[in-house]
Design a protein around this ligand. Sequence first.
Ligand SMILES: NC(=O)c1ccc[n+]([C@@H]2O[C@H](COP(=O)([O-])OP(=O)(O)OC[C@H]3O[C@@H](n4cnc5c(N)ncnc54)[C@H](OP(=O)(O)O)[C@@H]3O)[C@@H](O)[C@H]2O)c1
Length: 324
Amino acid sequence: MKTVKWGILGLGKIAQYFVEDLLKVDNAELYAVASRSLTKAEEFSNNFQAKKAYGSYEELYKDDNVDVIYIATPHAFHYQNALDAIKSKKAVLCEKPIALNAIQAQEMIEAARTHNVFFMEAIWTNFMPHLDKTLEISSEKRYGDIKHINAEFCFKANYDPKGRLFNPLLGGGALLDIGMYPVFLSLKLLGIPKEIKATQKQAKTGVDMETSIQFIYPNGATAILFCSFDKTTPSEAIIEFENATVKLHSRFHQTDEMSINYNGSVEYFNFNYRHRGYNFEIQHVQDCLSKGLTESPKLTLDFSLSLMKILDEIKTIAEASPLS
Ligand SMILES: NC(=O)c1ccc[n+]([C@@H]2O[C@H](COP(=O)([O-])OP(=O)(O)OC[C@H]3O[C@@H](n4cnc5c(N)ncnc54)[C@H](OP(=O)(O)O)[C@@H]3O)[C@@H](O)[C@H]2O)c1
């Protein structure tokens, strides 16, 4: 397989974790890094031995040697960064959430299809062994149908009104940052709900500090989902099938542990990752590129659009019923 030359755009916290995994993936090359600051790009490049360090994102878009750009900026910039990269005919892996809303997501997807370039949302959970196993159990109906999902993702965040988590100008709020994972899980396992109920508690900046969600499905299945920047919880997911309970251990979106309780006997799985877990999505993108695909069959753009539409809907419902 040909070496894939990666370009990293936006050199914050997640870019660093991602690159640490990328360096351990076969046929992946950290080719270029781009920051708004050349000094920062050079420092990052020295730490991880990238071939090129750019002090602007535009230079990365223009580099003909780059095979794929990983966008790791705050959510508010995914739309513009992805459009710029796509229009430069670059394949794009864009951090979650793909955009701030479904209108932006739709335009980005149409641009990728028009320019015939690979585009995918970086929902790393989608490529992890514990999710594969859960989907397999569900689709084979080994334990019957799913009756209920209970999933949450919460951590006590330091309140900084200018930081990414609370600043509305950077796309702040718990729902888009961490609540998207429980919503993703429900969408993946049960599809689109027929009814959504939601409430939120707001931070002083006006973004959601926490959001509580209930999904009701046409077959009677339900999901209770929760996210918060105001408290730390185990952040597990419990999936109740007709005949067994599947637990994705803490933190469920990135875990290598899961268990199945069937008739009181518990089967335990540990997938023992050697990496943080970004390697799975990195490998998948490289596989797609080597096959000449412009879209992942495992995480389609239509799925990302549906997810964004549901997040929009939850936001609208929750904003209309805030908790004091
Ligand atoms: N998949 C995961 O596990 C995971 C985990 C955490 C975050 N994320 C996602 O990754 C994205 C980035 O999160 P992060 O925690 O890495 O954020 P971060 O540490 O704040 O880094 C974001 C980077 O974006 C660039 N940027 C461009 N314009 C900016 C602006 N106006 N203000 C601030 N930064 C700006 C900066 O890089 P330069 O200064 O180099 O240009 C900054 O370092 C978010 O969308 C988040 O949802 C994903």
